[in-house]
Design a protein around this ligand. Structure first.
Ligand code: PEP
Length: 263
């Protein structure tokens, strides 16, 4: 269903009316985690002022340590809905458990499946039935074929509104959080018809890498980027070192605007 063999034209996926697909270079930005109404609104306003058209923000956070901030759950979803009402920006947010899909879908404009759940088949199937577009991150240990097969699980349930997101893979390299597999973008676009975006924040894991990795994403023809931003990264409850602040984000948005996307 997601293969290019049966679907020669590359697809455009619309999220609350915002297109992601060939020629779009959609900018998605927002906080890694929803912490407070003020922090979320400030991050969304920064994102919007810079030119982002979709807002990200995690209410359910899949954390390595059970002692780390796990997200606000439904209270976080309500904050996202309030910020959407204030800014008009459609919301992308992660769902980590099949049992929560209906709840998250009742607030979100797009469901995000994270790298740790990239082969959680029950979750993928539930997301495929939720009636909302799905952003499917690549498993950190997953091959491109496994990623496309994960998308197939969503598609099989009748939902072809799927966007693939390359977010870096595990390699021996420790200087970056993950190794951005930039070649996965054109390969996934050649094999499948789905839009492919890049997450330079979670791949590099460091603020100074977000702009260069975004340039790389644009150069290989990614259909968008998803970026962590925070009004005060030093106080962030999740992934502060990779969050951009206002000025960085405006510079990044300028690059996104000025580098013409490959179609
Ligand atoms: C995220 O985008 O908030 C996230 C946790 O990403 P990943 O699943 O790529 O680690």
């Amino acid at each position: 269903l997601v293969s290019r063999e049966n679907h020669r034209e590359r697809s455009v996926v619309r999220v609350g009316g915002v297109p992601i697909g060939p020629g779009t270079m959609t900018l998605i930005a927002g906080p890694c985690a929803v912490e407070t109404p003020e922090q979320t609104l400030a991050a969304a306003q920064m994102a919007q002022a810079a030119g982002a058209t979709l807002m990200r923000g995690g209410a359910f956070k899949p954390r390595t340590s059970p002692y780390a901030f796990q997200g606000l759950g439904e209270a976080g979803l309500r904050i996202l809905a309030d910020v959407r009402a204030e800014t008009g920006m459609p919301v992308v947010t992660e769902v980590v458990d099949a049992a929560d899909v209906e709840l998250v879908a009742s607030y979100a404009d797009m469901l995000q499946i994270g790298t740790r759940n990239a082969q959680n088949f029950a979750l993928l199937q539930a997301a495929g039935e939720a009636g909302k577009p799905v952003m499917l991150k690549r498993g950190m240990n997953g091959t491109i074929e496994e990623w496309l097969m994960a998308a197939e699980y969503v598609a099989q349930r009748g939902n072809l509104d799927i966007v693939l997101c390359e977010r870096g893979i595990r390699t021996f390299e420790k200087a970056t959080r993950n190794t951005l597999d930039i070649s996965a973008v054109p390969v996934a676009q050649r094999l499948g018809h789905l839009p492919v975006i890049v997450d330079p924040s979670h791949s590099g894991g460091s603020r100074d890498l977000v702009l260069p990795l975004t340039r790389a994403a644009i150069a290989v023809g990614a259909d968008g980027v998803i970026i962590d931003v925070h009004p005060h990264p030093e106080t962030a409850l999740c992934d502060g070192p990779q969050a951009l602040v206002d000025g960085d984000l405006r510079e990044l948005a300028r690059v996104v605007r000025d580098l013409p996307p490959l179609v």
